[in-house]
Design a protein around this ligand. Structure first.
Ligand SMILES: [Zn+2]
Length: 160
């Protein structure tokens, strides 16, 4: 038996410590929560992706009475980015969420497992790291890549 430790570096920023581009992206994610369609969970999530060409794509969670038919903000955003700009890698994605009372989460919003898997494939598809900014009103997490968000991940290369 032996132990393996996985060390994942995360930088924590106050919003005013972010550079101009990242601050803009986080603010776009915050703004995107307003377009959320969440009559069931009452949990509004917004995401904003900055593509390699500088374009910013935003999305939000879209729910459905047939529950699994809905999609999270992260996947709405990345699938739209892939459909509209298939040749552009995603440099950075920012995610924000607010609860039923309209309060943004104090702690950074963690993407669900399904979204992490899609984020990972978006990253591996272009072969370039996608930085991740998770907004919390008391601090923003920055991860260097999606790989850091999903250690021991499964991807297409595991099927070879
Ligand atoms: Zn999700």
């Amino acid at each position: 038996m032996r132990d393996i430790a996985i060390n994942i570096p995360i930088k924590v920023y106050d919003i005013n410590e972010l550079n101009t581009d990242d601050k803009e992206l986080v603010n776009k994610a915050i703004e995107a929560t307003k377009t959320s369609y969440a009559p069931y969970s009452h949990f509004s999530v917004g995401a904003a992706a900055r593509l390699e060409n500088g374009t910013i794509i935003t999305g939000s969670n879209q729910e459905n009475a047939a529950y699994p038919s809905g999609t999270c903000a992260e996947r709405t955003t990345l699938f739209y980015a892939g459909a509209a700009f298939p040749d552009q890698s995603v440099k950075t994605i920012a995610i924000a969420a607010k609860n039923e009372k309209g309060d943004f989460l104090t702690q950074p919003i963690p993407p669900c497992g399904a979204c992490r898997q899609v984020m990972l494939e978006t990253e591996t598809r272009y072969g370039k790291p996608m930085r991740v900014l998770l907004y919390g009103s008391e601090g923003i997490y920055e991860l260097r890549s999606v790989g850091d968000l999903l250690p021991l991940s499964f991807s297409a290369k595991d099927m070879e």
